[in-house]
Design a protein around this ligand. Structure first.
Ligand code: C2E
Ligand code: MG
Ligand code: MG
Length: 756
């Protein structure tokens, strides 16, 4: 990629070069044309000069030749045909007037005498000569041109003609060159013969008419050999001025280009240097460095741009400051938010700071204020709370708003009593809080405290623990709770169970154990109760009551019940196929009884395994009956219609009324194991009356938690219909149960007591 600097320099050089080339080209073109025109003019002038010279020369010659022709002695010699005298006179005269040839021609046109050489004029030449009276002609030798002057010799009639020829030779040509300043040549019409020339014989200018010379050709005569006059100006000489001009223009042009390139390079250098500074500044800004100013002094647009960049930098810095503040501070109170509070506390903890307590204040009543008095009042209350806290705490960075209705206060107070006192003060203050004007509201506080370094070494954990304690505070006197390690572990365990309960169903971490139920009337194990077990990957065996409670709260119980139902009925069907007729009891929760689809589900699963409703017993706690009674009743009726029997589990611990029990489609009561396990006087009373009551309502009675022989005997004697407990067997895995059953079938009675 060509840099901007180079591109500007190239462009400037290109433009200037092109402009210079165009100007120089045009000027030189015009100058050359002008020089040529002037050369041609000079040639024309030269031509006239030569013509004048020839004319003058001819006039002089005529004068001298006339003198000879009128010389008496000469005329007499011609008349007397005295040839030696004539020849001698011709020679003398020729010598005297520097003619190269003299010829006497008779009136008949024949040559009579000639000198110094003997020349015989042909008739054509003679005719040409005599017709034009004086002209240029080759005399004797075709290679030599002469200026010819003809004069009659009269005595008194014309008795002959004297022809004088003056050779046109190189000397004349040189003389003419000196006169005209140009090369002069006399050539034959077709230029096959050069009669005379000022050019050196070696110079080939004659043949090279166009390239080295400007040439003008004049026809000298129209008769005879028709010689031509060639005037030539050396192109180099003629154009010398033009060449000098073009050289200087070239130099000037080159200088202009160099100058332009230098200027362009200089200014592009300057611009690119500025641009680079601007780009550096932009990069700095993008990297978040707003401190260095964008200072470029150049008095042009670059400076304007730099100023704009500076303004932008300041704008971005300000906005970023605002955004950062918004991200770290609560807009309403201007207090640090949760994240910022954690950052501040972390820094404090890292520095090995002094111990402190994180106090989370959970403010109750805000939602009610928002919904009844409006958000504006709610906001005013929060503002007022923040001010009160600030007034109370009086230290910077010691208060934060970490959630809608939660504030964090940091106290350096070491004494728990002092922290409690602070909490009490705040609770009192917020009990009646006036919010501008005459609005007064009442807020209640739940306060949780966690301490650094005792409870956590990082701020997020510390705040979380204080927050957790604030949740516990509802149950404490004074609405304040300090973080408790045990409670925290319990919370974590509960969270793990919540998180993993779905996976337990899907990943097959669940299993069922079965506890036999002894039927007093038939003296055999008539059925089993299916009890759920969960082996968690990290927690190990989780007590069933613990995760059932979580499942109920997290609305996962339906999922679990269905899993148990499916597994238990599959098991029952398996046993049935192997000749073991056992009823299976499955525990269900209140939620299942309000689930309108539940009976249909039970029906489907029974049908899938080809089992009748009598195979299944559902155990429902008393508590489950109090929710949405009409709906529960419908469910129970639907189940009853399937032949499924309903047992009231843990009977005696709840508050179900007799009237309710009579109304509902219930089959049996299962006396809670707490009564059965300890049959003291009071419990005996309860158990016996429960048995009687059940029978009175036409219900069967089951005793669970039967642990010893004494209890067995008592319960049988009181008329209890079914017994269940460790005395018979603990809940057993399916294969254990089968082994157990096989063992007990072999005995006469299923009652271990009778076996002994
Ligand atoms: P539950 O329905 O009353 O079950 C009887 C509980 O008493 C069982 O405890 C059983 O192991 C225990 N038990 C039986 N005989 C004796 C005895 O002689 N002495 C003593 N000390 N205990 C005895 P488990 O298995 O821990 O179950 C506790 C409770 O968890 C069950 O009480 C039931 O309410 C619930 N539960 C168990 N499985 C399920 C289930 O699949 N679904 C639902 N919704 N609840 C279940
Ligand atoms: Mg039960
Ligand atoms: Mg029970």
């Amino acid at each position: 990629m060509a840099s901007l600097k180079h591109r500007i320099a190239f462009a400037a050089a290109g433009v200037v070069t092109a402009a210079q080339a165009a100007t120089i080209g045009l000027v030189l073109y015009v100058a050359e044309g002008d020089a040529e025109a002037r050369a041609m003019e000079r040639l024309a002038i030269g031509s006239r000069v030569v013509a004048d010279y020839m004319e003058t020369h001819k006039a002089q010659l005529e004068l001298t030749v006339n003198v000879l022709a009128s010389d008496f002695a000469f005329r007499s010699a011609v008349a007397s045909f005295d040839l030696p005298t004539v020849t001698s006179a011709l020679r003398n005269h020729a010598n005297r007037i520097a003619a190269n040839q003299a010829i006497l021609v008779g009136v008949d046109g024949f040559t009579i005498a000639s000198a110094p050489r003997h020349v015989e004029l042909s008739r054509e030449v003679w005719k040409d000569v005599v017709d034009s009276r004086t002209t240029l002609a080759t005399l004797g030798d075709t290679a030599s041109l002469h200026q010819v002057v003809v004069t009659p010799v009269r005595a008194p009639d014309v008795i002959g003609w004297v022809v004088m020829g003056f050779r046109i030779d190189d000397a004349l040509a040189v003389q003419l060159r000196n006169l005209t300043g140009m090369e002069v040549s006399f050539v034959s019409r077709r230029a096959d013969e050069t009669y005379a020339s000022s050019l050196m014989p070696s110079a080939n200018g004659l043949h090279d008419r166009s390239t080295s010379f400007f040439t003008r050709v004049d026809q000298l005569t129209n008769d005879g050999v028709m010689p031509q006059l060639l005037l030539q100006l050396s192109r180099d000489d003629a154009l010398a001025g033009y060449y000098a001009l073009s050289r200087s223009m070239m130099v000037l042009g080159a200088l202009a280009v160099c100058f332009a390139v230098a200027i362009a390079a200089f200014s592009s250098n300057r611009i690119t240097r500025h641009l680079k500074s601007l780009a550096d500044a932009a990069r700095r800004i993008s990297a978040g460095d707003y401190g260095s100013p964008v200072a470029i002094r150049s008095n042009d647009e670059v400076e304007t741009l730099a100023d704009a960049l500076s303004t932008m930098q300041a704008g971005i810095a300000e906005r970023e400051r605002q955004i950062r503040r918004q991200a770290t501070h609560d807009a309403l109170t201007g207090l640090p938010n949760h994240e910022q509070a954690v950052t501040i506390l972390d820094a404090r903890m890292r520095d090995g700071g002094a111990p402190f307590a994180a106090i989370v204040l959970h403010i109750h009543g805000l939602h009610e204020i928002n919904s009844s008095l409006g958000l504006e009042v709610g906001d005013a209350v929060i503002g007022s709370v923040a001010r009160r806290l600030a007034h109370e705490v009086r230290a910077e960075n010691h208060i934060a708003r970490i959630a809608d209705n939660r504030f964090l206060v940091v106290s350096e107070e070491r004494d728990p009593g002092a922290i409690e006192a602070l909490g009490a003060r705040l609770r009192d203050e917020f009990e009646v809080l006036s919010v501008g004007g005459d609005i007064q509201v009442g807020l209640s506080l739940q306060i949780g405290v966690a301490e650094f370094p005792a409870h956590a070494r990082d701020a997020a954990t510390l705040v979380r623990k204080a927050w957790g304690a604030s949740l516990e505070a509802s149950t404490t006197k004074g609405g304040m709770a300090f973080f408790n390690v045990d409670r925290d572990a319990q919370h974590k365990r509960r969270l793990t169970i919540m998180r993993d309960i779905k996976a337990a169903v899907l990943d097959d971490q669940l299993s069922l154990v079965y506890q036999p139920k002894y039927d007093v009337r038939t003296d055999r194990i008539g059925g089993v109760e299916a009890l759920l077990r969960w082996h968690h990957p990290t927690l190990g065996a989780v007590p069933v009551t613990e995760f059932i409670e979580v499942a109920e709260q997290t609305r996962n119980i339906g999922r679990l019940t269905r899993w148990v139902l499916r597994r238990a009925l599959a098991q029952a069907s398996g046993w049935r196929q192997r000749g073991m007729q056992l009823t299976v009891a499955v525990n269900v929760s209140a939620h299942d009884l309000t689930d309108v689809d539940f009976p249909q589900y039970v029906r489907t699963v029974l049908a899938e395994h080809g089992l009748s409703g009598q195979t299944l017993e559902l155990e429902v706690t008393e508590g489950a009956l109090v929710y949405d009674l009409p709906r529960v009743r419908r469910t129970l009726e639907a189940l009853h219609a399937l032949g499924v029997r309903i047992f009231i589990d843990d009977f005696g611990t709840g508050f179900s009324s007799l009237a309710q029990l009579r109304d509902l489609s219930v089959h049996a009561l299962k006396i809670d194991r707490s009564f059965v396990m300890r049959l003291d006087e009071g419990n005996t009373h309860i158990v016996r009356s429960t048995i009687d009551l059940g029978h009175a309502l036409d219900l069967e009675v089951v005793a669970e938690g039967v642990e010893d022989e004494i209890a067995v005997n008592k319960l049988i004697s009181w008329g209890c219909d079914h017994l269940q407990g460790y005395y018979f067997a603990k809940p057993l895995a399916p294969d254990e149960l089968e082994a157990y059953l096989a063992r007990s079938m072999a005995t006469v009675s299923h009652l271990p007591v009778r076996r002994s």
